[in-house]
Each structure stands twice: as structure tokens, then as C-alpha cells.
Design a protein around this ligand. Sequence first.
Ligand SMILES: NC(=O)c1ccc[n+]([C@@H]2O[C@H](COP(=O)([O-])OP(=O)(O)OC[C@H]3O[C@@H](n4cnc5c(N)ncnc54)[C@H](OP(=O)(O)O)[C@@H]3O)[C@@H](O)[C@H]2O)c1
Length: 344
Amino acid sequence: MSSYRKRIAILGATGYGGSELLRFLLFHPNVEVVRATSRQHPGKPVHTVHPHLLKVTELCFEDVSPEEAAEGVDLVFSALPHGASQDSVRRLPASVKAIDLSGDFRLKDPAVYRDVYGHEHNAPEQLGQFVYGLTEFNRRAIAPARRVANPGCFATAALLALLPLAHAGTLDGPVALVGVTGSSGSGAEPKSGTHHPERAEAFRAYKPLVHQHLPEICQELSRAGAPEARVAFVPHSAPMVRGIHITAILHPKEPLSLETVRSIYHSHYGDERFVRLRNEPPDVAVVAGSNFADLHCRSDGRTLVVLVALDNLVKGMVGQAIQNMNLMLGLPEHAGLQFPGTRP
Ligand SMILES: NC(=O)c1ccc[n+]([C@@H]2O[C@H](COP(=O)([O-])OP(=O)(O)OC[C@H]3O[C@@H](n4cnc5c(N)ncnc54)[C@H](OP(=O)(O)O)[C@@H]3O)[C@@H](O)[C@H]2O)c1
């Protein structure tokens, strides 16, 4: 491999996604972050917003257009909020590769996008150019792609739980999907829902049956041969900072033994670096800070339960995006992502 380090730009680098992209990419052996944009902090060193990066990098934020940010770089990450992201990403030159972390290019149908996000899509003609970046299932399409839509954090966990069953033709009945997320899922901007006195000890459901990741989950299950899957998704906010936990409960028409279920998951994930099959229920604390998704399944023959835990900011966002970047730039898929997390 050549010693040339691929040049990377980050749009929206002051947010939590930007923070995590910097944390991983500054230690990536094959890439160099050359630009980090911010409207609010132009000219300031990145450590003024991300204090853990003092003495790690001299990089400063810049307030530049997407076109300027893309000059001379190999790949652009957009870590902007949805809406703002499509306005920027649509302006990037076709010659520069891009990965969008927002929900703007995940849904293929602009009418579904409008229903979910409450506004028209500004670049519907570009939706077809984006590959859905669920690495473990789409890597053959991701590697040659110029545009990748990185999956949502809940969608990543839910699809890792359900897609093996869809591919095996056993996702043939209703699916109850219970999700739990930490507060970092709402981004760096303070809101009442992330305000410590209100959030620290709260545990509550939100957006039952109408969370924006549900159409994304159904779209991908349909592509995998389970268009009739009826998924009822109820997300919850939990008093933790990082973490996604998904519980999927199913009653397959044909009873599935635990042995059969295990062999289905083993055939998909046995050789995967970042998906670990656990003998016990997974724990968000064990995967925090890492790019691992831990999965456990149980079956009593009639009822099947699949549990997944991952870090929303890593496997549910930036880590998966770096897996995709590595594929798109011809680098080893796991490069820069070996960190195992912390314990305790
Ligand atoms: N947090 C998660 O767990 C998670 C997981 C998966 C995907 N995502 C998605 O990833 C994206 C980034 O998430 P995040 O949590 O990093 O968000 P965030 O913490 O709110 O950061 C958003 C960034 O975008 C910039 N920005 C905000 N509004 C803008 C606008 N109108 N135009 C241009 N720049 C704007 C902000 O910086 P300045 O104001 O300084 O410009 C900030 O750097 C979002 O689309 C989110 O839905 C988040």
C-alpha cells in the first residue's frame, strides 16, 4: 500500500459525530484530516470545542462552503443535521467521495422522506446515487460507491438483529422491537430532552410507532426479501450517555430451534470482525467507545428473542462510517477501528 495518506474533510465537525470522527481519524494509519468545518467557531483550534483533543492536533475549524471544503480531498464526511446535510452534500463535486451521517439520503422514496422528516427533499434526483451503508450486508456495493448514506443508530442495531432472519426467509410475522438510547443520540446542542436534571434519572418511551428510523428499517427488510415484515418499534430514552440496546421479539410461523437460530446468526456473523455473538445478553457498557455490536439470541421453539447492544456514536454512526470509508478508499475495512472500548 502507498504511504500517501488519504485526505479527509469533515462538515459539521463541532458536533458529537465530528468529535468521534476526529477521535478515530486522527489515529488512523492511512488518512489525514485536512479540514473541519463549523459556522460558529471558525479559526478556533478544534480542542476549544473538543477539549480531549488538546495536544492531539493543531487543526482549526473553518467556515467554508462545501465546495471549498472538498478541494483537494479524497473523501468528505457530512456530520450535519438532516436538511442542512442534503443542502451541502448535493453541492459536493462528483469527483469527491462522500459519506452522509444524517438521515437525508437513506430513504429511496422522496415521498416517504417528506412524510418522515416533514419537508420536501431538495435533491431527490441524487437519492439513487447513494448506497445504504450497513457495512456487513452491503460491502460489495459500498466499495465502488462515490456516495454512501450511513444508517441511523437504531436502524443499525435493528437491522443487525433482523436481516439474518429476513435472508433466511423466517421473518414472516409481526416483530416487536423495543429500543433504548442514551442522551448523546440527540446531538451536542442542549435541548430540554437532554438537560441533565430532566434526563439523568428519566426512563421513558418516545415516538412510539413513528420513530424516523422505522421506515429505514422496513425499506432494508423489504430489500432483503421480507416486505411483509410488520415491525412495531417503541424507542426509549435511558439515563446513560452512550449506547443503543435493541430487543426484537418474534413468533415465527414455523417454530425455530435455538440450534437453527444460532446457525443462522453464525453463518452471517461468524467471520465478521465487528459483530460478536455472545452467549449471554449484551451490555452497552461493554461496547461503549468501540465499533463492536454484540448480539445474543434465545428461542424456546415458539418465541425468538434477539438482543443487540452497540455504541450509537461508534458502530451506530462514526465507526460504521469509517468501515465504509476504508472500503471506498481501498483500505483494510478494520483500519483505525481496533480500539476495544474501556472497562470498567
Ligand atoms: N448522535 C448520534 O447518536 C447519531 C447517530 C447516527 C447518526 N446521527 C446523525 O448524524 C448527524 C450529526 O449528528 P450529531 O449528533 O453529531 O449532531 P450535532 O452534535 O448536533 O452536530 C451537528 C453539527 O452540524 C453543525 N450545524 C448545525 N446546524 C447546521 C446548519 N443548519 N447548517 C450547517 N451546519 C450546521 C454544527 O456546528 P456549527 O453550528 O458550529 O456549524 C454541528 O457541528 C445528524 O444528522 C444525526 O441525525 C447522529
